[in-house]
Each structure stands twice: as structure tokens, then as C-alpha cells.
Write a protein that binds this ligand. Structure first.
Ligand SMILES: Nc1nc2c(ncn2[C@@H]2O[C@H](COP(=O)(O)OP(=O)(O)OP(=O)(O)O)[C@@H](O)[C@H]2O)c(=O)[nH]1
Ligand SMILES: O=C([O-])CC(=O)C(=O)O
Ligand SMILES: [Mn+2]
Length: 627
């Protein structure tokens, strides 16, 4: 089918430039391959979103919530098999396997292309293909990048219009020659028509058991097949802003990271910016929306999932949030834990896989202390507290525009970005890792990032709770060899002057006591840790003392006023057991060995230094036992 001749195509005015013609011919070639009934060019308007939303309500893909309780908001229930990112089916296709590295699934580009042609052949039959031009970052900004997603999922279109800047102004930029990343998405569920011309009825959440989430970092392409969910299907997010962008960033001297960005202002009126990487479902959205419990501090939100950072004209590392919305974890998000998120999602929100209340609102575990007597669960089944299953899927999410967040910073969409003072790495660790520690140097900070380990969450398939290495919180998202990512970080740091180089820290909100409960209250109380971090990064006089794993707050330096924490809990939060850490060091050595000679020498040196510090701290009894 030719787009130019297609009467159902809403193609904008006849393009003039070569760039514009190239875009149309690419769209035509994908339509020829996937054979949709119609092609619709999206303009990103409110009217368009309303039209697609109404279409999905009519088809049963969306349930309208009670407009009094939750204006202009909807619930989507996915197929029960399509609830999270599929890492086992995510591929990095570089020409050479070594350039994808041992932590990525690699396929040869030519082999993968041939396979993709097979699965995409006719995959949009009976459906509409939408053309969604989008910008990651403010349209035309110096750190921003464009893309075009072709998709047969109206849910993906509407979600992309919340999560990115979509529409005609981006297409105009691309038509004028701005580079863009082509991203093709199909749910892989063509609708056939029988001899009598009757189409097979659609299902509320079409998808396919076979899934492909494919990135070709060298040719900057994305192909996604079989899933309609989150990071699998909203291709601006993980596929582009992390996997493809990390490869671009490596080539061009910048950074694309799985990081939140906040601005914290002290009672003295000094503003600091912090970027923090935690693995999926480990607290980025919550820290990004933190409501400080310590007097006089404010925290404003800039981004909750992704940061693009590059040295600016002033020599400082400047960060933008390339997204325009939040795709946040619902369970655990409550009035007590994250009131800012609760205010953000009061209206104009799409909820996916949460429970439905009898009065037409949403509910999930942790939203309220009180559990409703009756709900419709995420699968659409009757639910009572006696059901014994979660009412909302553990990876259920809300999709909402960033500017609905009451704490969004004025500077959140500044195209030039904000200057970063502190970089934080964290994970979900029940043992060993202290509440907070500051790196001794940039190299030590890169070592902290490279050695993050975290208990797995429901954000991807796999066993929840299993400890795994998640370097830079980028294990599922680095578009090239992870060890090269560490070298790149070392290079970026070396290119910044000491005054402009952010300080690096490590945090752990998730340490548990012997009874299995969290030692640290977390959430708003994390402001106490943020204060120590940004004051240290700002070169202010706040005490720190050395430990084998980094500088930790000196006694009294961390504000614990008004917190009812017993002394032995505080001690336990900062306990560094050299014996256990030496065991971690052995595991780190084995982990580094997986990357062979790509592991930068600076990091093996850091491992030596860590072991040397641990030996000094080792109790004589432990030392004798290890000898
Ligand atoms: N105990 C404790 N739990 C937390 C804290 N911060 C976040 N959580 C919980 O961790 C889960 C995930 O948190 P999010 O902030 O949504 O995670 P995220 O890092 O933004 O996740 P992705 O969107 O998957 O990248 C939620 O259930 C939160 O309630 C904390 O300080 N303490
Ligand atoms: O990509 C997703 O589906 C959600 C997300 O932020 C993550 O998993 O880190
Ligand atoms: Mn994420």
C-alpha cells in the first residue's frame, strides 16, 4: 500500500525536503511490510488524544473511571501474560558480539533483521498504523533528540503523548533535516477477515506470546514486537532514551542514565541538584517526589526515571529529563509514603493493572491503610481481602504528565538542563550496604556504580527478591558493553575540572533488621540523607568519617532529630562488616572477570584499594578465620 495514494492516510501537507521524503518512504516501507488497514499521522493534539481515548473506551481497552472521583482518567487491564519488561527477549544487535558485552542478549544484525521481517510481515493487518513523531527533551533543545514511533497500539500512542513531546512541531523539525531514530512497534496480533468480509473481533489487550525488543545501536534503530506494556512498547523510554541514547552518548561524550533528577533547596536558600540511579522499582519516583520532613528544606521534581547529562558551556555537568511524564509504580504509592504522587494522579491519568473500586475509582496495595471490602482485581475478577492474591499487579503503574506534579521545578523543562552537584547510586539491599556513603574519588564513585547489586523486583520477569548485579542500575538498559560504560564514565569525569565534577554517593533505604523489617523509615525521611549528601557535595562543613566502603556521616552529622530511632538501629544502618564485604569483593572480582580486558584498570585498582581498607578494619578473629 502506498501512503501517498492512501485515502485513509492523514498525511500532512506535501513534503518538500529530501528529509521529509525519506521519512515518508520509510513509513511507506513499514506499511508495505506490516499491511495495516490505514495509516494515521499523529499531530499530538488534545483532540487527537480524546478521539483515541474514546475509541479505546468503546473497544473495551480502557475503562473510564468515575469523572467525579478521578476526572478524565482511565483503567487499562493488560493481558495477564504482558505485565512487565521482558529482559530475556530484549536484544542488542551490534555487528560484533563483544560490543554488546556479556550482560546483553546479542544477535547479529543481519540475522535479526531477517527474523524481524518474518514476524512483522502482515503483523498490523486489520489495524491502524499510527505515525508518532516525538522528541526526547524540549523540542529542538541542545540536549534533545527526535524519534518517530510507528505503532498499531492506540494505548501506546496515547501513552507516548503523555510520556514524550509528540506532534507536528517535531515532525517539522525532522522534515527540516533533524536526525531521528526510527522505532517500529507492533503488538503482533493481526485481525483477519473471513471470506464474507467479517473481521475477527479484537481483544481488549492484543499482544503475542512471542516477543522481540530489539535495539540496533550502531544504526540507531528500534523494533518492538508482541508486547503493549511499558518499557516494551513506549519506545521513547527504555529503548531510545536509555539503550540507543547510551550508545549515542558514548560516541558523543555525554551520558544517558537510569536516573531521577531533583533540586533541593536549603533553609539558607542554596539550591543543589542531585541525580540518582536506582534499579527498576527501587525508589526513583519516590525520591523524585520527596516531601522533606526536616524543617526549611524543599525538594522539587525534575525527572523520575531518566537523565541525559552533558558538560555544558560553563563546564558543569548539565542534566535534562528527556521525558514529559511519569510511568510510576502504583503499589506502595500512598497518602503516607508519597502524597505528591497522589496529588499528581488526581486526574488525567491512565492506570494499568491496578484494582477497580465499586464506585469506579482505583485502588492498590499501599494506597490507603484501610483495605476495601470488595474490589475488581487487575484481572477483572471479584476480589475481597480474603482472596489471598494482590488486588493490583505488583508492577501496576500510572501514566501521567509531569506538569501535573505539584512539586515540578520551574526548570524541569529548561532545554539547557540543570547543573548536577551530586550523583547517587543505590539498590535494594537487606544487608551489608550502609544507609549512605560518599566516594573517596570520582574513580571510587564509578566503582560504586559499577558494583551495585539489588534484590530483583516485579518490574521485569524473573524471581522477585533474588540478588543480582545491576551496574549503574543499567543492566537491562545499556546499549553497549557495560565495561565500556564504566570506561566512558571515567573519561567523562576526567574531562570535568575538580570544581565542576559532581561528588558521588551510595545509598540504601532497604536494609533490614533481624526481624525482617526495614531499619530506616525511608520516603520523606530520606531528606535527612539528601541534606547530608548535598551539603557534602557543596563543600560545606558537615562531618564525615572514613569507613572501608566510603566516607560516612560523623556522629551527629546526619540530622536524626525527631526520629525515634534507637541507637542500635543507627549503628546497624551503618554497620560495615569487613568479613562480609571481603566476600562481596570476591564476587565483584568474579563479576569484573566476566568483562575480560574491557574492565578498566582503574576499577580493578579500586577493588584492590577496597580490599586493603577492609583488611585494616578486619577484626583479628575474622582475620584468623580467613587466613
Ligand atoms: N521501604 C521503602 N520503600 C520505598 C522507598 N522508596 C520507594 N519505595 C518503594 O519502592 C517501590 C518502587 O518505588 P519507585 O519510586 O516507584 O521505583 P522507581 O525506581 O521509580 O522504579 P521504575 O519506574 O521501575 O524505574 C514502591 O513500592 C515504593 O513504595 C523507601 O525509601 N523505603
Ligand atoms: O520500563 C518500564 O516498564 C518501567 C520502568 O521504568 C523500569 O522498568 O525501569
Ligand atoms: Mn525505570
Amino acid at each position: 500500500m502506498s501512503i501517498l495514494a492512501d485515502p485513509t492516510s492523514t498525511r500532512p501537507t506535501t513534503p518538500a525536503s529530501d528529509a521529509a521524503l525519506a521519512v515518508r518512504s520509510w513509513v511507506t516501507s513499514i506499511a508495505d511490510l506490516t499491511q495495516p488497514d490505514a495509516v494515521v499521522w499523529c499531530d499530538g493534539s488534545a483532540e487527537e488524544r480524546e478521539r483515541l481515548t474514546a475509541l479505546m473506551v468503546e473497544s473495551g481497552s480502557l475503562i473510564a473511571l468515575d469523572p467525579e472521583l478521578r476526572p478524565n482518567s482511565y483503567l487499562a487491564r493488560s493481558d495477564p501474560s504482558d505485565v512487565a519488561r521482558v529482559e530475556a527477549r530484549t536484544f542488542i544487535c551490534s555487528e560484533r558480539e563483544i560490543d554488546a558485552g556479556p550482560t546483553n542478549n546479542w544477535r547479529e544484525p543481519a540475522v535479526m533483521r531477517a527474523e524481524l521481517r518474518g514476524v512483522f510481515d502482515g503483523s498490523m493487518r486489520g489495524r491502524t498504523m499510527y505515525v508518532v513523531p516525538f522528541s526526547m527533551g524540549p523540542v529542538g533543545g541542545p540536549i534533545s533528540q527526535a524519534g518517530i514511533q510507528l505503532t498499531d497500539s492506540p494505548y501506546a500512542v496515547v501513552s507516548m503523548s503523555i510520556m514524550t513531546r509528540t506532534g507536528s512541531d517535531v515532525l517539522a523539525l525532522i522534515d527540516a533535516g533533524a536526525p531521528f531514530v526510527p522505532a517500529v512497534h507492533s503488538v503482533g496480533a493481526p485481525l483477519s477477515t473471513d471470506d464474507a468480509g467479517v473481521k475477527t473481533p479484537d481483544v481488549p489487550w492484543p499482544c503475542n506470546d512471542l516477543k522481540y525488543i530489539v535495539q540496533l545501536p550502531e544504526t540507531r534503530e528500534i523494533w518492538s514486537y508482541g508486547s503493549g506494556y511499558g518499557g516494551n512498547a513506549l519506545l521513547g523510554k527504555k529503548c531510545y532514551a536509555l539503550r540507543i541514547a547510551s550508545a549515542m552518548a558514548r560516541d558523543e561524550g555525554w551520558l544517558a542514565e537510569h536516573m531521577l533528577i531533583i533540586r533541593a533547596t536549603s533553609p539558607q536558600g542554596r539550591a543543589y541538584h542531585l541525580a540518582a540511579a536506582f534499579p527498576s522499582a527501587c525508589g526513583k519516583t519516590n525520591l523524585a517526589m520527596l516531601r522533606p520532613t526536616i524543617p526549611g528544606w524543599t525538594v522539587e521534581t525534575i525527572g523520575d526515571d531518566i537523565a541525559w547529562m552533558r558538560p555544558g558551556p560553563d563546564g558543569r555537568l548539565r542534566a535534562i529529563n528527556p521525558e514529559a511524564g511519569f510511568f510510576g509504580v502504583a503499589p506502595g504509592t500512598g497518602h503516607r509514603t508519597n502524597p505528591t504522587a497522589i496529588a499528581t494522579i488526581a486526574r488525567d491519568t491512565i492506570f494499568t493493572n491496578v484494582a477497580l473500586t465499586d464506585d469506579g475509582d482505583v485502588w492498590w496495595e499501599g494506597l490507603t491503610d484501610e483495605v476495601p471490602e470488595h474490589l475488581t482485581d487487575w484481572r477483572g475478577q471479584d476480589w475481597t481481602p480474603a482472596s489471598g492474591t494482590p488486588a493490583a499487579h505488583p508492577n501496576s503503574r500510572f501514566t501521567v504528565a509531569a506538569d501535573q506534579c505539584p512539586t515540578i521545578a520551574d526548570s524541569w523543562d529548561d532545554p539547557a538542563g540543570v547543573p548536577i552537584d551530586a550523583i547517587v547510586f543505590g539498590g535494594r539491599r537487606a544487608t551489608n550496604v550502609p544507609l549512605v556513603a560518599q566516594a573517596y574519588s570520582w574513580e571510587h564513585g564509578v566503582f560504586m556504580g559499577a558494583t551495585i547489586s539489588s534484590e530483583q523486583t516485579a518490574a521485569a520477569e524473573g524471581t522477585v527478591g533474588e540478588l543480582r548485579r545491576d551496574p549503574f542500575a543499567m543492566l537491562p538498559f545499556c546499549g553497549y558493553n557495560m565495561a565500556d560504560h564504566w570506561s566512558h564514565w571515567l573519561d567523562v569525569g576526567a574531562g570535568l575540572t575538580p570544581e565542576n565534577r559532581p561528588e558521588i554517593f551510595q545509598v540504601n533505604w532497604f536494609r533490614k533488621g533481624e526481624d525482617g523489617s526495614y531499619l530506616w523509615p525511608g520516603f520523606g525521611e530520606n531528606s535527612r540523607v539528601v541534606e547530608w549528601i548535598v551539603r557534602r557535595a557543596g563543600g560545606e562543613k558537615v562531618g564525615a568519617v572514613p569507613s572501608p566502603v566510603g566516607l560516612v556521616p560523623a556522629p551527629g552529622a546526619l540530622d536524626l532529630d525527631g526520629l525515634d530511632l534507637p541507637d542500635d538501629t543507627v549503628t546497624a544502618l551503618f554497620d560495615v562488616d569487613p568479613g562480609s564485604w571481603l566476600t562481596e569483593a570476591d564476587l565483584t572480582e568474579a563479576f569484573f572477570e566476566r568483562f575480560g580486558d574491557r574492565t578498566p584498570a582503574a576499577l580493578t585498582d579500586q577493588l584492590d584499594d577496597l580490599r586493603a581498607r577492609l583488611q585494616v578494619w578486619l577484626h583479628p578473629v575474622q582475620r584468623a578465620a580467613r587466613a
